[in-house]
Design a protein around this ligand. Structure first.
Ligand SMILES: Cc1ncc(COP(=O)(O)O)c(C=O)c1O
Length: 465
């Protein structure tokens, strides 16, 4: 739907009235919003009429691509059929039941129960509350702390922002809250000691985790949360052996494993869930984004039968499970989720993410493997980051104040492709729609090369400080 209003008129109205997420208000007032008007497949058109390829699938979520008529029809049908009914006090609806059946059948390991919400943040908040409730019901009132990792991203409500390990999300917000603490992350390229192998690095990270657990007291630690591949914090896959080493420690101290699959879930890595790729055995799991390809705000928090049994016991003693949202199990969202997963199955998108994702990584390595300002190309499947550096050897990262990732993202946009700047680590991220073909990957990498070279071939001496 194109607006009849001019870009200038819309931009002014926007500046006058909207606070944007994760946006500098000063920058918004200065440069104005980027207004998107239409999307089809892997392309978007902005309010100036520029059509660009979206290499990040919105915010890591539009798995089936933009403008699906089939999903639009499903949404309209569900709206006409009922539109809304709540799921409090044992009320349900058919799309919710069918989606839940499908999800528990897809879920990794022992995850057999699902709770619906509307965002990745609320899925993580639900999980934090379930973990606390579970340990209270088991009489372990002290066992409440949750360990997350520096640079992780888990969302922005009070508990999810606390789990997030990026300083900007804590500073001046009085966060993190009590009972949420952080350990080091498994980014080998950034943090390995000289001469250390990936396995040795992972062993060191596991040892640091164990030291933290012992310092805090194992009886106070309830859970550990990790994204299989860290997303917004840098697209960081674990170093070799990391999750094996970490899960051993968790088992030793009876600590629950929470997988945050909000980005990795529903096919992005070439597996239904990133937990399958890294042999993670979650006790609880958060998901959202790709569940509906972003067409409807939906999340699903998963838990095991064992945890559910304890909650059931809680209902016997306390009455209701006193948690939930007006939009939990929304019938339109659930119908959209079901149809989205059906489209993904029909088009073999998980397999496509594996195959085209491998091609994407080959192409990125060919294009940037020898680039003097590229230190690492990382990720898996349809999830990648290109790490930019001042120098490769000895390794020197760009000063975040120089805003190199944002400048590269702007230059890429002018070249015709949207990439996501990752300011905390100095990289750009790619997470294209899972429908992308190899030919489109070629086109995408060419445009990224153009955008990156425009900035990296014209660096000033000051940029390299
Ligand atoms: C790994 C991860 N967890 C949680 C979230 C929060 O999801 P939402 O923005 O839907 O609250 C995000 C969002 O990007 C994410 O990447």
């Amino acid at each position: 739907m194109s607006s009849k209003r001019s870009h200038e008129d819309l931009a002014k109205a926007n500046r006058d009235s909207i606070i944007h997420p994760a946006t500098s208000i000063v920058q918004l007032m200065d440069q104005g919003p980027r207004i998107m008007s239409e999307g089809k497949g892997i392309h978007l058109t902005d309010s100036h009429g520029n059509t660009v390829m979206d290499a990040i699938a919105g915010l890591w979520c539009v798995n089936i691509g933009y403008g699906s008529e089939e999903l639009a029809d499903t949404m309209a049908d569900a709206a006409r059929t009922m539109g809304y009914y709540h799921t409090f006090t044992a009320c349900s609806n058919e799309p919710q039941i069918e989606l839940a059946e499908k999800l528990v059948q897809m879920a990794p390991g022992k995850l057999n129960k699902v709770f619906f919400g509307s965002s990745g943040s609320d899925a993580n908040d639900t999980i934090v509350k379930i973990v606390w409730h579970y340990n209270n019901l088991k009489g372990r009132e002290q066992k409440k702390k949750i360990i997350a990792r520096h640079n992780a991203y888990h969302g922005t409500n009070i508990s999810a922002a606390s789990l997030t390990g990026l300083p900007g999300f804590h500073k001046m917000f009085d966060l993190p809250i009590q009972n949420i603490i952080h350990t080091e992350n498994p980014h080998y390229y950034a943090y390995a000691e000289p001469g250390e192998t990936e396995e040795q690095f992972s062993a060191r990270r596991a040892q640091q985790l164990e030291e933290l657990i012992l310092k805090e007291g194992p009886d106070t630690i309830a859970a550990f949360i990790a994204e299989p591949i860290m997303g917004a914090g840098g697209v960081v896959p674990p170093a070799k052996g990391y999750f094996e080493a970490v899960q051993k420690i968790l088992k030793k101290y009876d600590i629950l494993m929470i997988a945050d699959e909000v980005i990795c879930g529903y096919g992005r890595t070439g597996y239904n869930f990133g937990s399958e790729l890294y042999n993670i055995k979650p006790d609880l799991m958060a998901s959202a984004k790709g569940l509906t390809s972003g067409y409807f705000p939906m999340s699903a928090a998963y838990l095991t039968d064992e945890i559910w049994e304890t909650l059931r016991y809680g209902s016997e003693t306390l009455g209701g499970f006193s948690h939930g949202y007006t939009y939990s199990g929304h019938p339109i969202g659930c119908a959209v989720g079901l149809k989205n997963l059906e489209i993904m199955d029909r088009l073999n998108l998980v397999q496509n993410a594996g195959e085209v994702g491998a091609y994407l990584h080959n192409r990125l390595n060919a294009a940037f493997g020898n680039h003097p300002h590229v230190g690492e190309i990382r990720g898996h499947g349809m999830l990648a980051a290109v790490q930019m550096v001042v120098d490769r050897d000895p390794k020197k990262f760009f000063n975040p104040a120089k805003k190199i990732p944002a400048r590269v993202a702007d230059a890429c946009y002018k070249a015709g492709v949207i990439v996501r700047p990752l300011p905390s680590i100095g990289a750009i991220a790619l997470s294209p729609p899972l429908i992308m073909t190899k030919e489109q990957v070629d086109e995408m990498v060419d445009m990224i090369q153009q955008g990156m070279n425009e900035v990296l071939s014209n660096l000033s001496a000051d940029d390299k400080e």
